[in-house]
Ligand binder design. Structure first.
Ligand code: ATP
Length: 250
């Protein structure tokens, strides 16, 4: 298991958003976390990736107790939660977006990037690495385009590319296909599968569009009211009565 949580708890005042959640994510897998709005999925991944400090329980990443480590420490260890591309970056090229992700981490201020940098200032190795990542993601034809001019699917792939530049071993994606048309959604998941297979990357993905996502993932956890109510293969989860009840109300 690359990631394991043991009875993880996160509270907001009197609300227990994450209630003793224990999960395991297999190395080199695509693991899906599902559940209705407000059930605690985002709070859970935030408590694992260092955005929130958990109130109870343990997080283990690559066998190490990483409970309560901040976001930038987890990022350095290779657990990267993708974030929307910051708006000033939308005016930089795709290549520059990747190069900036290698140098910097979320613990640092974004303001210093407001000064436009040139890809020519970077090491040749970094540029080579960025080109290789763009190839894998099918972004190489857009290398000098501004992300602002690209579609939602390409933006998601750039976010994943930025995580790869940061040497991520495991990537957490929060709704990677939200607001994306079915063709692009399948394209994004196909790239995720390719990254699992070719780069041995591990993914933990929050997604609501099960019709698409269940076709691509290895294992699924279902959450409801802060707790895990089911775990299993996509087939098992699709057939699970409790999951159906929660999703369609019986
Ligand atoms: N910063 C916060 N302060 C207080 N309450 C919060 C905070 N963030 C989330 N909550 C509450 O915690 C619960 C879990 O929210 P969370 O966003 O984790 O759910 P979710 O499953 O990710 O939902 P969605 O699918 O809508 O994104 C909700 O009741 C929410 O209102």
């Amino acid at each position: 298991m690359i990631l394991k949580t043991d009875n993880l708890v996160k509270r907001f005042g009197g609300l227990i958003a994450v209630n003793e959640v224990s999960i395991g994510v297999e190395d080199g897998s695509i693991t899906l976390l599902i559940g209705p709005n407000g059930c605690g999925k985002t709070t859970f991944v935030n408590s694992v990736s260092g955005y929130y400090k958990p109130d109870g329980g343990k997080v283990y990443f690559q066998g190490e107790d990483t409970t309560g480590l901040p976001l930038h420490k987890m990022y350095q260890k290779g657990l990267v939660r993708t974030f929307q591309i910051p708006s000033p970056f939308l005016q930089l090229s795709v290549l520059e977006n990747l190069l900036l992700a290698e140098r910097n981490n979320p613990g640092e201020s974004f303001t210093k990037h407001l000064i436009r940098s040139s890809w020519k200032d970077y090491e040749a190795d970094s540029v080579d690495k960025a080109i290789q990542i763009m190839r894998i993601l099918g972004l190489e034809k857009y290398w000098d385009k501004e992300p602002a001019s690209l579609d939602a699917g390409a933006l998601k792939l750039i976010e994943i590319g930025r995580a790869l530049m940061a040497e991520a071993k495991m990537v957490i994606l929060d709704e990677p296909i939200a607001g994306v048309n079915p063709k692009l959604a399948h394209n994004i998941f196909s790239h995720i599968v390719k990254l699992r297979d070719e780069m041995k990357l591990t993914f933990l993905i929050i997604e609501h569009r099960l019709d698409i996502a269940l076709k691509y993932v290895d294992f699924v956890y279902a959450m409801h009211q802060g707790r895990i109510i089911a775990r299993g293969t996509p087939d098992e989860i699709a057939r699970n009565e409790q999951v159906r009840m929660v999703y369609v109300g019986g």
